[in-house]
Ligand binder design. Structure first.
Ligand code: SAM
Length: 214
Protein backbone atom coordinates (compact mmCIF):
# COMPACT_ATOMS: atom_id res chain seq x y z
CA UNK A 1 0.00 0.00 0.00
CA UNK A 2 1.30 3.48 -0.91
CA UNK A 3 1.73 5.73 2.08
CA UNK A 4 -0.30 8.94 1.93
CA UNK A 5 1.49 12.22 2.57
CA UNK A 6 0.33 14.19 5.57
CA UNK A 7 -1.11 17.68 5.07
CA UNK A 8 2.20 19.24 6.15
CA UNK A 9 4.12 17.01 3.73
CA UNK A 10 1.80 17.99 0.87
CA UNK A 11 2.36 21.65 1.69
CA UNK A 12 6.14 21.17 1.62
CA UNK A 13 5.90 19.11 -1.57
CA UNK A 14 4.18 22.00 -3.40
CA UNK A 15 6.40 24.71 -2.01
CA UNK A 16 9.52 22.78 -3.10
CA UNK A 17 8.02 22.03 -6.51
CA UNK A 18 7.14 25.71 -7.08
CA UNK A 19 10.75 26.64 -6.26
CA UNK A 20 12.21 23.97 -8.51
CA UNK A 21 10.04 23.79 -11.64
CA UNK A 22 9.22 26.19 -14.47
CA UNK A 23 6.02 28.26 -14.49
CA UNK A 24 3.82 25.70 -16.21
CA UNK A 25 5.46 22.50 -15.06
CA UNK A 26 5.17 23.39 -11.39
CA UNK A 27 1.36 23.52 -11.41
CA UNK A 28 0.74 21.57 -14.62
CA UNK A 29 1.79 18.03 -15.46
CA UNK A 30 5.32 17.35 -14.33
CA UNK A 31 5.96 14.75 -17.05
CA UNK A 32 4.80 17.03 -19.92
CA UNK A 33 7.29 19.19 -21.80
CA UNK A 34 6.77 22.96 -22.01
CA UNK A 35 4.82 22.87 -25.29
CA UNK A 36 2.46 20.17 -24.02
CA UNK A 37 1.84 21.98 -20.74
CA UNK A 38 1.12 25.16 -22.74
CA UNK A 39 -1.62 23.28 -24.63
CA UNK A 40 -2.90 21.69 -21.40
CA UNK A 41 -3.24 25.15 -19.81
CA UNK A 42 -4.88 26.63 -22.92
CA UNK A 43 -7.36 23.76 -23.03
CA UNK A 44 -8.44 24.32 -19.42
CA UNK A 45 -8.46 28.12 -19.81
CA UNK A 46 -10.84 27.77 -22.72
CA UNK A 47 -13.08 25.44 -20.68
CA UNK A 48 -13.07 27.98 -17.82
CA UNK A 49 -14.09 30.74 -20.24
CA UNK A 50 -17.00 28.63 -21.49
CA UNK A 51 -18.24 28.51 -17.91
CA UNK A 52 -17.40 32.04 -16.77
CA UNK A 53 -18.53 33.70 -20.00
CA UNK A 54 -16.85 35.15 -23.06
CA UNK A 55 -17.54 38.81 -22.25
CA UNK A 56 -15.75 41.25 -19.99
CA UNK A 57 -16.84 44.74 -19.02
CA UNK A 58 -14.28 47.28 -17.74
CA UNK A 59 -17.00 49.21 -15.90
CA UNK A 60 -18.41 46.15 -14.16
CA UNK A 61 -15.72 43.45 -14.03
CA UNK A 62 -16.56 39.96 -12.88
CA UNK A 63 -15.16 39.03 -9.48
CA UNK A 64 -13.30 35.75 -9.72
CA UNK A 65 -11.48 33.60 -7.18
CA UNK A 66 -8.67 31.31 -8.39
CA UNK A 67 -8.46 28.95 -5.42
CA UNK A 68 -5.06 27.22 -5.33
CA UNK A 69 -3.66 29.50 -8.06
CA UNK A 70 -0.14 28.04 -8.04
CA UNK A 71 2.08 30.37 -10.09
CA UNK A 72 -0.98 32.27 -11.28
CA UNK A 73 -1.46 31.31 -14.96
CA UNK A 74 -5.28 31.33 -14.85
CA UNK A 75 -5.42 34.41 -12.60
CA UNK A 76 -3.21 36.43 -14.94
CA UNK A 77 -4.98 35.42 -18.16
CA UNK A 78 -8.43 36.19 -16.77
CA UNK A 79 -7.26 39.49 -15.25
CA UNK A 80 -5.78 40.50 -18.63
CA UNK A 81 -9.21 39.90 -20.11
CA UNK A 82 -10.65 42.49 -17.70
CA UNK A 83 -11.87 40.48 -14.73
CA UNK A 84 -11.08 41.31 -11.10
CA UNK A 85 -9.21 38.25 -9.86
CA UNK A 86 -8.08 37.11 -6.42
CA UNK A 87 -5.54 34.29 -6.49
CA UNK A 88 -4.98 32.33 -3.29
CA UNK A 89 -2.52 29.54 -2.56
CA UNK A 90 -0.90 28.08 0.52
CA UNK A 91 2.58 28.01 -1.05
CA UNK A 92 4.78 30.94 -0.08
CA UNK A 93 7.04 30.33 -3.10
CA UNK A 94 4.13 30.29 -5.55
CA UNK A 95 2.60 33.50 -4.19
CA UNK A 96 5.98 35.25 -4.20
CA UNK A 97 6.44 34.36 -7.88
CA UNK A 98 2.87 35.44 -8.71
CA UNK A 99 3.54 38.83 -7.12
CA UNK A 100 6.82 39.20 -9.05
CA UNK A 101 4.94 38.66 -12.32
CA UNK A 102 2.18 41.12 -11.36
CA UNK A 103 -0.33 41.67 -14.16
CA UNK A 104 -3.49 42.62 -12.26
CA UNK A 105 -4.62 39.88 -9.87
CA UNK A 106 -4.39 40.31 -6.10
CA UNK A 107 -2.60 37.40 -4.45
CA UNK A 108 -2.89 36.06 -0.92
CA UNK A 109 -1.04 33.25 0.80
CA UNK A 110 -3.75 31.26 2.53
CA UNK A 111 -5.45 27.87 2.62
CA UNK A 112 -8.68 27.23 0.71
CA UNK A 113 -10.60 26.62 3.92
CA UNK A 114 -9.46 29.89 5.50
CA UNK A 115 -10.07 32.59 2.86
CA UNK A 116 -12.77 35.09 3.89
CA UNK A 117 -14.00 38.18 2.06
CA UNK A 118 -16.71 40.77 2.70
CA UNK A 119 -17.89 40.25 -0.93
CA UNK A 120 -19.03 37.24 -2.95
CA UNK A 121 -17.61 36.10 -6.28
CA UNK A 122 -19.30 35.69 -9.65
CA UNK A 123 -17.23 32.56 -10.09
CA UNK A 124 -14.92 30.54 -7.89
CA UNK A 125 -12.69 28.04 -9.65
CA UNK A 126 -10.15 25.58 -8.36
CA UNK A 127 -8.04 23.79 -10.95
CA UNK A 128 -6.49 20.50 -9.83
CA UNK A 129 -6.20 21.47 -6.18
CA UNK A 130 -8.92 19.75 -4.13
CA UNK A 131 -7.58 16.28 -4.94
CA UNK A 132 -4.31 17.26 -3.32
CA UNK A 133 -6.01 17.78 0.04
CA UNK A 134 -5.41 14.42 1.67
CA UNK A 135 -7.32 15.02 4.89
CA UNK A 136 -11.08 14.46 4.40
CA UNK A 137 -12.09 16.94 7.10
CA UNK A 138 -9.86 19.64 5.59
CA UNK A 139 -11.15 18.80 2.10
CA UNK A 140 -14.75 19.26 3.28
CA UNK A 141 -13.92 22.55 5.04
CA UNK A 142 -12.24 23.81 1.87
CA UNK A 143 -15.08 22.74 -0.43
CA UNK A 144 -17.77 24.25 1.82
CA UNK A 145 -15.80 27.47 2.15
CA UNK A 146 -15.39 27.85 -1.62
CA UNK A 147 -19.13 27.26 -2.10
CA UNK A 148 -19.94 29.88 0.54
CA UNK A 149 -17.98 32.50 -1.45
CA UNK A 150 -20.17 32.19 -4.60
CA UNK A 151 -22.96 34.76 -5.12
CA UNK A 152 -26.53 33.72 -5.93
CA UNK A 153 -26.52 32.65 -9.59
CA UNK A 154 -22.70 32.43 -9.58
CA UNK A 155 -20.59 29.42 -10.53
CA UNK A 156 -18.37 27.04 -8.64
CA UNK A 157 -15.98 25.20 -10.96
CA UNK A 158 -13.92 22.32 -9.58
CA UNK A 159 -11.31 20.25 -11.37
CA UNK A 160 -11.61 16.65 -10.16
CA UNK A 161 -12.53 13.15 -11.21
CA UNK A 162 -16.02 12.52 -12.59
CA UNK A 163 -16.66 8.90 -11.63
CA UNK A 164 -19.14 8.07 -8.86
CA UNK A 165 -16.59 6.79 -6.37
CA UNK A 166 -13.46 8.29 -4.82
CA UNK A 167 -10.06 7.14 -6.05
CA UNK A 168 -6.58 7.36 -4.57
CA UNK A 169 -3.71 8.01 -7.01
CA UNK A 170 -0.24 7.52 -5.50
CA UNK A 171 0.76 9.22 -2.28
CA UNK A 172 -0.55 12.72 -2.82
CA UNK A 173 -3.87 12.57 -4.67
CA UNK A 174 -7.33 11.58 -3.48
CA UNK A 175 -9.81 12.23 -6.26
CA UNK A 176 -13.31 12.61 -4.89
CA UNK A 177 -16.15 11.51 -7.16
CA UNK A 178 -19.75 12.54 -7.70
CA UNK A 179 -21.07 10.59 -4.72
CA UNK A 180 -18.91 12.79 -2.52
CA UNK A 181 -19.28 16.18 -4.25
CA UNK A 182 -22.96 16.23 -5.19
CA UNK A 183 -24.63 15.65 -1.78
CA UNK A 184 -22.20 17.97 0.00
CA UNK A 185 -22.67 20.82 -2.45
CA UNK A 186 -26.41 20.27 -2.75
CA UNK A 187 -26.60 20.90 1.00
CA UNK A 188 -24.63 24.14 0.40
CA UNK A 189 -27.28 25.45 -2.04
CA UNK A 190 -25.36 24.52 -5.19
CA UNK A 191 -27.08 22.97 -8.21
CA UNK A 192 -24.97 20.43 -10.12
CA UNK A 193 -24.85 21.46 -13.80
CA UNK A 194 -22.28 19.18 -15.40
CA UNK A 195 -18.99 17.36 -15.29
CA UNK A 196 -16.92 17.54 -18.46
CA UNK A 197 -13.58 15.78 -18.91
CA UNK A 198 -10.55 17.80 -19.96
CA UNK A 199 -10.11 15.31 -22.81
CA UNK A 200 -6.40 16.01 -22.72
CA UNK A 201 -4.26 12.95 -23.34
CA UNK A 202 -5.24 10.37 -20.73
CA UNK A 203 -6.25 12.74 -17.95
CA UNK A 204 -9.17 11.27 -15.97
CA UNK A 205 -9.92 14.75 -14.58
CA UNK A 206 -12.50 17.30 -15.70
CA UNK A 207 -14.54 20.27 -14.51
CA UNK A 208 -17.56 20.02 -12.25
CA UNK A 209 -19.77 23.09 -12.66
CA UNK A 210 -22.26 24.09 -9.97
CA UNK A 211 -24.57 27.14 -9.79
CA UNK A 212 -25.67 28.74 -6.52
CA UNK A 213 -29.46 28.56 -6.34
CA UNK A 214 -30.07 28.97 -2.64
C1 SAM B 1 -1.51 21.06 -9.20
S1 SAM B 1 -1.17 22.63 -8.47
C2 SAM B 1 -2.34 23.60 -9.39
C3 SAM B 1 -2.02 25.08 -9.39
C4 SAM B 1 -2.89 25.92 -10.31
N1 SAM B 1 -4.31 25.75 -10.03
C5 SAM B 1 -2.59 25.58 -11.74
O1 SAM B 1 -3.38 24.83 -12.34
O2 SAM B 1 -1.57 26.06 -12.24
C6 SAM B 1 -1.94 22.51 -6.85
C7 SAM B 1 -1.82 23.79 -6.05
O3 SAM B 1 -2.69 23.70 -4.92
C8 SAM B 1 -2.06 24.33 -3.81
N2 SAM B 1 -2.73 23.81 -2.61
C9 SAM B 1 -2.81 22.53 -2.19
N3 SAM B 1 -3.55 22.43 -1.07
C10 SAM B 1 -3.96 23.69 -0.78
C11 SAM B 1 -4.77 24.26 0.24
N4 SAM B 1 -5.32 23.49 1.20
N5 SAM B 1 -5.00 25.59 0.24
C12 SAM B 1 -4.47 26.37 -0.74
N6 SAM B 1 -3.70 25.89 -1.74
C13 SAM B 1 -3.45 24.57 -1.76
C14 SAM B 1 -0.61 23.97 -3.97
O4 SAM B 1 0.23 24.84 -3.25
C15 SAM B 1 -0.44 24.07 -5.47
O5 SAM B 1 -0.04 25.36 -5.85
Amino acid sequence: MTLRLTDAEVSKFWNDRHQRESDLKSGGHVSYDEATNTMFYLRRLSMLMDRIGLQSNPVAPLYLLDAGCGKGYFSRELAKFGHQVDGIDRSEAAIAQCREQGGGPRYHQTGLADWRTPWLYDAVFTVDVLFHIMDDVEWERATRNLASLVRLGGKLIIGDWGQDNDHVFGSYQICRGRDTYLPLLDACGMRFDSWEPYRFRRSPIGFYTFTRIG
